[in-house]
Design a binder for this molecule. Structure first.
Ligand code: DQA
Length: 149
């Protein structure tokens, strides 16, 4: 059975393509997810996608990942990154390797974006490479499982 990886996007990421394209790029979330699906197929892993603007719905989904025996999570928590202790607790609770991704380089932006309360409970953080960050995260997770590309 192939490795199951969940791609989770938080608030306002459904607005990609419309939202500040100079910061986040011109691709829509569906287009990005198509790129991830193609990369996943080439690597022989299964991906599932979830996006919500609601903190609780993301936490519910993380818990569902536990029940569904998902083996890896790629998470862009949007602004929740910077303040959601509830999301941080959910990431540690499910105990599934998680990689935090940001399209933009959060460290070159507003001061409040420099802090992530979730990164410490993730395997690592990738930021500043646009949608390619999700592909990098996919490879980082596969490498973490000891698999090959
Ligand atoms: C973001 C960065 C966050 O600071 C912001 O609130 C987002 C998107 C990114 O992908 O660059 O919603 O997570």
């Amino acid at each position: 059975m192939s490795t199951k990886i969940a791609i989770i996007n938080g608030p306002n990421l459904n607005f990609l393509g419309i939202r500040e394209p100079s910061v986040y790029g011109a691709e829509t979330l569906d287009e990005i997810n198509d790129e991830i699906s193609a990369a996943a197929a080439a690597r022989n892993v299964t991906v599932q996608f979830f996006q919500s603007n609601h903190e609780g719905a993301i936490i519910d989904h993380l818990q569902q990942c536990y029940y569904d025996s998902v083996q890896g999570i790629i998470l862009n928590p949007g602004a929740l990154t910077h303040y959601s202790y509830a999301l941080r607790d959910a990431i540690s609770s499910v105990n599934i390797p998680c990689i935090e991704v940001h399209l933009s380089n959060v460290h070159s932006r507003d001061e409040f974006r420099h802090k992530s309360v979730t990164a410490a409970v993730c395997k690592g953080q990738i930021c500043g490479f646009g949608y390619f960050g999700y592909i990098l995260a996919l490879d980082a997770l596969i490498n973490n499982f000891g698999g090959t590309k």
